[in-house]
Design a protein around this ligand. Structure first.
Ligand SMILES: *Cc1c(COP(=O)(O)O)cnc(C)c1O
Length: 431
């Protein structure tokens, strides 16, 4: 990574390396998509050497060579994408997974041991992560406690000798809660001073909503960052993928986790994200931020809107923190492209009904807002977390987690912003 360091990260995300160090693609302006499930091993000895290297540093053998064996272990497209994503997050290594959920699973389970198997999580997180923690982990005897980490020291009372992972999501889905990463990681470091290596608490963070363009948690002391690449990093809405970014020392565990649990990414997905998603990140996200800022302002001024949560608004409850943690590669404030808002109504139930009406109106009539889950695409998407993405939370749990019954989530795209506002305005007025 060092030879390019005099160039800005957005430039490096376009150029990267002209191939993996093992296969020379320097004559290709865009590296080829390789499609093979298995690789010629040439001799039994070379095959054995390749197997021996899996999970070792950079999957390299004693001659510092990567020997490709089988797609689920490594392929050139995944290796090149991993290099680009590690660069974007300012981390040392990245490991690619089939989906964001495969990445969540790997990132929180690889550090666990029979003794150190407890997780503490922020209370407001992506619905399927919540369901993984509260349904499947519960069955497996992995204990997860939840607390509101908007107050950074709120986890301290829950920590015991078995605690191994502190799970963060910020901006949180869907409320856009922000977490004070420098403060939280400082508190964890303090606890870790007296712990042995295998019992240290690791901070694991889902950075999907921000994308590395707006927030780089590793630079603020977070140990492990994960992404649903399906969202802003792939950017065009054509791929499903996940990534875990961390220090070299954890590369082996993550590669072996993927090998054995099997949540691997296909080379075709890796190629698309590497050829289209990553190089255009710093083109797409600033436009989305500019649009989101204008839409949030429009909603805030709208007489029918009760409250707008957007980190770029001065009225955002954590506006000061937003300016501290959400920054682009040049250090400018980068409040992202997600908006959460509520409509005025006499009661929470009425607000839910009105929210539904707005979404149905949009589904039937809007040209440039689509009723759909997911985010970080060229198109603006709208959804109702209370009945869609966060259904895994019971009604009571939703209220505890700050998820409003009528809350509407908007994932802003790159359209001409006045057109989006026009569709939104008509939908609110009509519903
Ligand atoms: C979508 C999403 C995930 C899950 O990613 P998939 O690629 O759909 O598996 C995890 N976390 C957040 C914040 C998400 O938005």
């Amino acid at each position: 990574m060092s030879k390019e360091s005099k160039y800005s990260i957005p430039t490096q995300l376009i150029y990267g390396e002209a191939g993996s160090t093992d296969w020379d693609y320097s004559d290709h302006v865009i590296p080829p998509l390789t499609r093979t499930s298995t690789y010629r091993l040439r001799s039994a000895e070379r095959g054995a050497s390749g197997f021996d290297a899996i999970g070792k540093e950079g999957d390299k053998n004693s001659e510092d060579k990567r020997i490709y064996i089988y797609g689920r272990m490594a392929d050139p497209n995944k290796v090149m994408l991993a290099d680009a994503i590690a660069r974007a997050e300012e981390g040392e290594v990245a490991v690619m997974f089939a989906t964001g959920m495969a990445a969540v699973h790997a990132a929180v389970t690889f550090p666990l041991t029979q003794k150190a198997n407890k997780i503490i999580s922020h209370s407001t997180i992506y619905g399927c992560s919540y369901s993984l923690f509260t349904t499947w982990f519960k069955k497996m005897g992995i204990h997860v406690d939840f607390c509101d980490l908007k107050k950074p020291d709120s986890f301290l009372d829950l920590v015991d000798e078995h605690t191994r992972v502190l799970y963060l999501e910020s901006p949180a889905n869907p409320t856009l809660d922000l977490l004070d990463l420098p403060e939280i990681t400082k508190l964890v470091a303090e606890i870790n001073k007296s712990r042995s290596e295998e019992n240290k608490i690791l901070t694991v963070m889902d950075n999907t909503f921000a994308t590395p363009y707006c927030q780089r948690p590793i630079t603020m002391g977070v140990d492990v960052v994960l992404h649903s690449l399906t969202k802003g990093l792939s950017g065009f809405g054509t791929e499903l993928g996940g990534a875990v970014v961390t220090r070299k020392e954890f590369n082996g565990d993550l590669v072996l986790h993927r090998k054995d649990f099997g949540g691997d990414m296909s080379p075709s997905t890796a190629w698309h994200i590497h050829a289209y998603g990553i190089p255009t990140l710093s083109l797409r996200v600033p436009k989305q931020i500019a649009n989101a800022q204008k839409i949030a302002q429009f909603l805030e001024d709208h007489p029918e809107v009760e409250q707008v949560f957007y980190p770029g608004l001065e009225s955002f409850p954590q506006y000061e923190l937003a300016q501290k943690v959400l920054k682009d590669y040049d250090g400018n404030f980068a409040p992202g492209f997600m908006i959460y808002f509520t409509i005025k109504a006499a009661s929470p139930e009425a607000s839910k009904e009105r929210g539904k009406k707005i979404m149905n109106y949009i589904a039937d009539n809007a040209y440039c807002i689509t009723l759909a889950v997911s985010l970080g695409q060229l198109r603006t998407l709208i959804e109702h977390p209370g009945s869609m993405t966060h259904l895994a939370y019971s009604a009571e749990e939703q209220i505890k987690a700050g998820i409003h019954p009528g809350g509407i989530r908007l994932a802003v795209g790159i359209e001409s912003v006045d057109d989006v506002i026009k569709d939104l305005d008509t939908a609110i007025k009509t519903s």
